[in-house]
Write a protein that binds this ligand. Structure first.
Ligand SMILES: [Zn+2]
Ligand SMILES: [Zn+2]
Length: 137
């Protein structure tokens, strides 16, 4: 059984369902998400620094919500995600459209390399044409 240290609180926990943080922090994060969402409903487009100040949720967590698509980047002023490949400002996810296309192409290429085409078989022993002699009398 694999155990991990929670990157947020350093507790040791058993990761479940692809979670990177411990169950305590998951709950904490849900609460923080509710608070931020509620705050933004009343103050759409608030500057990120004010959101952090008013909700007590740190910027990393807010950016993570945006990354996960749970919050709109546009709903918080100054909260910007950056493409992990080229650094362009993006509104959600990890990569900009251009890099995503390139990644997809790379993946396709990698998949193509791992599945080499079956070598073409030479057709050996071609059936000889048979000639029938017909009698024309
Ligand atoms: Zn934790
Ligand atoms: Zn990019």
């Amino acid at each position: 059984m694999n155990v991990k240290n929670c990157p947020r609180c350093n507790r040791i926990f058993i990761p479940q369902g692809g979670r990177k943080i411990c169950p305590v922090c998951v709950q904490e994060e849900e609460k923080q998400y509710e608070i931020v969402r509620e705050y933004l409903r009343e103050n759409p487009g608030a500057p990120v620094l004010i959101v952090i100040q008013e909700t007590g949720v740190d910027e990393d967590t807010i950016l993570q919500f945006i990354k996960e698509g749970r919050l709109e980047a546009g709903s918080i002023q100054g909260a910007e995600l950056h493409c992990e490949s080229c650094g362009t400002a993006i509104t959600k996810g990890r990569f900009c459209g251009k890099c995503q296309d390139e990644l997809a192409r790379d993946l396709q290429r990698a998949a193509g390399l791992s599945q080499p085409k079956a070598p073409e078989r030479e057709t050996k022993g071609r059936a000889k044409d048979k000639f029938f002699t017909a009698d024309f009398d």
